[in-house]
Design a protein around this ligand. Sequence first.
Ligand SMILES: Cc1cc2nc3c(=O)[nH]c(=O)nc-3n(C[C@H](O)[C@H](O)[C@H](O)COP(=O)(O)OP(=O)(O)OC[C@H]3O[C@@H](n4cnc5c(N)ncnc54)[C@H](O)[C@@H]3O)c2cc1C
Length: 471
Amino acid sequence: MATSSAPRSTAAESAGPALLAAIGAALPDLRLLTDESDRESYRNDETAYLHAGLPLAVALPASTAEVAVLVRLAAEHRVPVVPRGAGSGLSGGAAGIDGGLTIALTRMNRVLEIDRENLVVVTQPGILNAELKAAVAAEGLFYAPDPASYEICSIGGNLGTNAGGLCCVKYGQTRDSVLGLEVVLADGRVIRTGGRNVKDVAGYALTHLFVGSQGTLGIITEATLRLHVAPPPRSTLLAFFPSLAAAGQGVAAIVNAGLHPVTLELLDRETIRAVDDAFQLGLDREAAAMLLIESDLPATAAEAELDAAVTACGGAGASSLVRAQDATEADWLRQARRLALRALERQGTVRMEDVGVPRGRVPELLVAIQEAADRHGVRVATFGHAGDGNLHPNFIFDHDDPRAAELTETVRNEIFASALALGGTVTAEHGIGLSRRAALVDQVGPDVIDVMRTIKAALDPLGIMNPGRVI
Ligand SMILES: Cc1cc2nc3c(=O)[nH]c(=O)nc-3n(C[C@H](O)[C@H](O)[C@H](O)COP(=O)(O)OP(=O)(O)OC[C@H]3O[C@@H](n4cnc5c(N)ncnc54)[C@H](O)[C@@H]3O)c2cc1C
């Protein structure tokens, strides 16, 4: 059963053949998928439970110029456009629209320049996050943003969602690594925002407006991103706790101590057991929760940082504290955390949420999540980027449980309400997309929605860019 509907566009459906003919004439070498089975594979992102539409066609452009022509022609024919990266999104942002044109940026996947002197990389959007990381690592450099999905998500999608990840707690969200963009606007014009300057206050902050706009304001065709000199291999500490509240206190104690670990992740008991079943890591399966704490400081400083984390977690009531033996074991633990969703998916159908609160309120959010799930008899496994105050409650249902959609809706609305009451957000990194539009209104109120609509109308007066997403 669908929890939300993709917009349908009858006008767009009738304009379809004319658009395809115009594209064929203007871009005869373009890779354009029109077979139903090909289009079907671009219907959903990772939110298969939402109702997504079947695109009229899927274009795979190879250059900014091709993207610009596609958008201009779509505007002329009033056909909605869905920008798409690798389709790993968890809000329905890249899901198809019936009769719409999906523009997948996956072929625009080249690193254009690594500028060591200025510590920036200029890249096309279709490259996978892991590929970009590897390309700059070969030059001794480090691109920080690292969604757990980094091997399957693109930089364009990361920019579209302002993706977070495991090391945001130290290096910030994707937005904090973006210096400049090239964007194809809704009428086909191409603009450049920002550049290589670390400081630049010339006019409105357009770069940051496009980041996180989920393809509703334009299509990003190039990005200039900030790099760091590669930090040392990480040192890792696992802290196990007898209660969720104590683990939350552990997070608060680490933050209060002024520590800056590169990773501060939380896994609850359900998640610990799922990950341990999947990867046989020998974790403490009786613990109510575990924190994964990493330092990327040089050896002695890392020791001191983890010693201080031991003290903070001990004070919060940790039942055991274990250090990874070496970098290989540390890599295993981090990879296991990254695969937590896949480990849970072995147990049933999983629906993942993405709430955030000010970091000091993580203990209260953890309790509120468990109480909401218990009230409705729903199995929940929570993990997430606790150091950012960002938790992912995952509702687990038997495959084909007919109550899944209704119960998800009920429980998540209660969790949203709790997050907002704690001063938090209904989405910290996955985005509003299709699936959280009503909740956005609850969070920001009508005046802010009105400002957002004004910006949208100014940049996309015909409303062709990813309509029905975000607002
Ligand atoms: C197992 C798993 C773990 C995950 N872990 C994390 C995590 O730790 N942190 C996190 O933030 N997310 C996470 N995600 C969600 C997802 O991977 C991210 O949202 C990611 O940024 C999406 O990238 P994508 O290339 O797949 O984008 P898509 O899903 O294709 O698109 C995402 C959005 O960006 C827009 N978009 C795509 N390309 C462009 C472009 N060039 N210009 C403008 N808009 C564009 C789309 O229209 C859509 O709205 C996870 C997902 C999975 C499946």
